[in-house]
Design a binder for this molecule. Sequence first.
Ligand SMILES: Nc1ncnc2c1ncn2[C@@H]1O[C@H](COP(=O)(O)OP(=O)(O)OP(=O)(O)O)[C@@H](O)[C@H]1O
Length: 364
Amino acid sequence: MADIIRLEHVRKEYDDGFVALKNINLKIESGKFYSLLGPSGSGKTTILRIIAGFSEPTQGKVLFDGQDITHLDASKRQINTVFQNYALFPHMNVYENVAFGLQLKKKDKKEIKMAVKEALHMVQLDGFAGREISELSGGQQQRVAIARALVNEPKVLLLDESLSALDKRLRKDMQFELREIQKKLGITFIFVTHDQEEALAMSDEIFVLNEGKIQQSGSPVDIYDEPVNDFVARFIGDSNILTGRMIKDYEVEFGNHRFECADAGIKPGEKVEVVLRPEDLDIVDLEKGKLRVQVESQLFLGDHFEIKAKDSDENEWLIHSTNSTEIGKQIGLYFDPEDIHVMRFGESEAEFDKRLEAYEGDEE
Ligand SMILES: Nc1ncnc2c1ncn2[C@@H]1O[C@H](COP(=O)(O)OP(=O)(O)OP(=O)(O)O)[C@@H](O)[C@H]1O
């Protein structure tokens, strides 16, 4: 599929000398749902602003449908933004809010009416045109903000932390609704969030950012199952991360034991980090376990128990189990070879960049 947006070697240095983005390369395909995911200050909003045209990169290019739009005015881009606080006009009703942009463009009255009606229908707010903004719930306000962007018929919709103001329940509903709207319209959504669960639930593809760099890009399953470094492994989901050593292809050592694994291509003897997800660890009888640990605490979290345990080397283990256990008990842990995710240990920045470039090249 053709790329609708590309960022090529984008660097952003603010006036005070702070470098918020370092060599960002990303490809956005038409009709998909993307998330930019990262902790506060990682550069998510800066990328969004550069795509929207509210900010220019210090170096690098922004392409839209193959055309260089790096210096094109925001109003001339086929891209619209839904902001975190929705930026709705409180003194105008729903109709007036949605119609505002088209009125500015001096569109024909009849045409505006039709477009507003259609946009409100798309976000399931038929019959709400006359309502005041103050008479709407947070979720409904969010939908007005989306309708206001949709009347402009953008090819790409940018959403900046737009669910963060909602309570947990409503947020879950809106995640589902946003995804449905995106599928129905078939336009590209780029969603900014610092919430990893949200990104995993909604996206076709996620860009994980940290300190102005894309750490990894891929489908939610790729990123969860095959984190490329310990930042991604720690940021996405809970993990057990241990240092170890590669013995040979498909064999790794950690916790003083050797294990069959699914990874190859790392030099024998090389120091590695090993990720095991808590839900991939099964509690079994001691003799059936691949490792022995002693239970230190357990917490019931509604749909599973979160168990903390220690092995004989004092490594901490986090286990998610549907069954409870006993504090102080020695238990066996079982996991399959493919549950062991091996990562190279403490790569230098240059090595990391090289590997990421090769990885991105593979996708072409
Ligand atoms: N105008 C500016 N001048 C200097 N530094 C800035 C400016 N705007 C943003 N920054 C810095 O750039 C970095 C990235 O900011 P950005 O808003 O893109 O992060 P973010 O990932 O969206 O964070 P958050 O989740 O907190 O919104 C931050 O360290 C921020 O302080």
